[in-house]
Ligand binder design. Structure first.
Ligand code: FES
Length: 274
């Protein structure tokens, strides 16, 4: 097995107190498979989301008021009529600015600084380290104590913005109960949008920062029964945070894809009411 690409004597796994093993790893199993799958999954989402965020087509179904989450909220004069639920405070935007530009950076920041995603891309993209008992190729390790990784500590602020975005997505899902002739309507698209929003809430509320905000820094739970109750419920959700992180990447893509198919009239929405 090859040695790590670079290793300053005395740092990381080559510290004086560590066993002197020059092999990069003694593991004989396929330890590289999970990081490979992770890199593939994250990469596929990034490619899809980037393309869809820029194309500006098939993101709104005027008949049923379905709006893809990638364009929500749509806040500029470039948004097709009806898709701007909160007005258009911004003028026409050049093509290189995605119509969801107001919240996309925050959502990206929320996911990038998420405790689970950090584990995922530290392992699969930065190899720091790629797996348990596999030495990383980097010579120095400064953790999250200085730029750029100190920004990870801003996660709780991204969480606050994500709460607002979840409210916006909920509003979008409710206004989508719209029939083709006006008034109430209900179709498969409502189920798609609704499931997506419920899972987005579950992902957002299962956040480690949310758990800490609910019950952190308390000396005595019995004196804070309400916060203790919230903390207990969020703790249960929190155990599924990784699963929710992946599920919501999937439902975001599926929701957008479904809206795209209906908006481009590739398929027609399955209608139950009107
Ligand atoms: Fe994952 Fe906060 S820890 S969203």
């Amino acid at each position: 097995t090859a040695s790590p690409a670079s290793h300053s004597a005395g740092t990381g796994v080559f510290s004086r107190t560590r066993a002197r093993i020059t092999a990069r790893t003694l593991r004989t199993d396929r330890w590289w498979l999970p990081p490979l799958f992770t890199a593939f999954g994250l990469g596929a989402f990034v490619v899809y989301a980037t393309i869809r965020s820029f194309v500006r087509t098939a993101y709104w179904v005027p008949e049923f008021h379905y709006l893809t989450p990638f364009y929500s909220p749509c806040l500029s004069d470039s948004c097709v009529p009806g898709s701007a639920h909160f007005g258009t405070p911004f003028p026409e935007l050049p093509m290189w600015i995605p119509l969801g530009f107001v919240v996309l950076p925050f959502l990206l920041g929320f996911r990038l600084t998420c405790y689970y995603y950090r584990k995922a891309y530290y392992r699969s993209v930065w190899f720091s380290p790629p797996a348990c008992a596999v030495a990383e190729p980097h010579a120095r390790y400064t953790g999250e104590s200085r730029l750029p990784l100190i920004v990870q500590n801003a996660h709780r602020y991204f969480f606050y913005v994500a709460l607002v975005v979840s409210l916006v997505n909920t509003y979008d899902a409710i206004t989508a109960f719209h029939g083709s002739g006006g008034g109430f309507g209900f179709g498969l698209g409502n189920i798609v949008l609704g499931v997506n929003v419920i899972l987005l809430w579950a992902y957002t509320l299962s956040c480690h920062s949310c758990r800490h905000i609910a019950g952190g820094r308390l000396k005595n739970f019995s004196a804070h029964p309400v916060r203790y109750w919230y903390w207990t419920q969020i703790s249960k959700l929190n155990t599924r945070h990784m699963a929710l992180a992946w599920t919501t990447l999937g439902t975001l893509v599926l929701t957008d894809f479904y809206v795209m198919l209906v908006a481009s009239q590739t398929i027609s929405d399955l209608r139950f009411v009107n």
